[in-house]
Unconditional design. Structure first.
Length: 183
């Protein structure tokens, strides 16, 4: 798992999260619900008589095959239609927009009383999320996010670039980051 994926997971924005974020759920319905009570309620027995193979033509007591009459076929069709589950109409509504995770509130609550400033420091941000914030880990994250070569040679520039880039990418993945932190 990449470092940035780990950041998203810690914030509840990762790909492995449930598709129903903090704000709600979506109910999934079966396309063909089955009615268990339809035959039992009607009192009919749809099982074939003992010794009659399924799908075989009806036979007389003497074992002679008989042809069902037109009335018998209509009655059988009526029963099949009556006992069939109702079709479920296809929904043509567009998927609802996923609401954003309140990253700001989450991080402010974690930082309360710690003296950490996640809004300005990539090191503090990573620490709050329980992610390795060592120089090597930050350099690895910068490489993962395709930091320019000139940024990688200066630790202070790398940290500044990395902080802005991580916050921007969090926002792109559904986190609400204040605009003043993205500029």
């Amino acid at each position: 798992m990449s470092i940035f994926s780990n950041i998203l997971d810690k914030l509840g924005l990762g790909k492995h999260r449930d598709e129903h974020p903090v704000t709600g759920t979506t109910e999934v319905k079966s396309p063909n619900p089955v009615s268990i009570t339809s035959k039992a309620a009607s009192g009919t027995n749809s099982a074939p008589a003992a010794g009659t193979p399924t799908g075989a033509a009806p036979t007389s007591e003497k074992g002679i095959r008989t042809t069902p009459s037109a009335a018998d076929r209509r009655q059988k069709d009526d029963v099949a239609i009556r006992d069939a589950p109702a079709p479920v109409p296809a929904t043509s509504t567009a998927p609802k927009a996923m609401s954003q995770v309140d990253v700001t509130k989450m991080l402010e609550q974690k930082a309360k009383g710690t003296g950490l400033n996640w809004k300005q420091s990539i090191s503090d941000l990573l620490f709050l999320l329980g992610i390795d914030n060592s120089r090597e880990a930050r350099a690895g994250l910068a490489k993962e996010l395709d930091a320019p070569a000139d940024v990688m040679t200066d630790s202070a520039r790398m940290n500044t670039w990395l902080h802005k880039t991580v916050l921007r990418k969090i926002a792109e993945n559904g986190g609400n980051i204040p605009q003043e932190l993205l500029d």
